[in-house]
Unconditional design. Sequence first.
Length: 86
Amino acid sequence: MIHDARLETRLKAVATEFPEILDMHDIQIKRVRGRIYVSAHCTMADDQPLSRVHDVSTDLEIRFKQEFPELFRVLIHPEPSTDNRR
């Protein structure tokens, strides 16, 4: 099974394929009963239409699962750049 630090590094690399994603942070990797769950917050520009934010989030989830078929569930939390509370 893949080590969490390596998985996080690869997930961040995959996110760079999407120019709409300004930043990916608060990545959580959980293992429950042999299944891997990933959630991540992605900062996107404020002027992105909601439909585009949804499409990018969905495409990123798909890319993560293509890169790591062992992922059971992926959840992307989009955030506007002006409301980034980090």
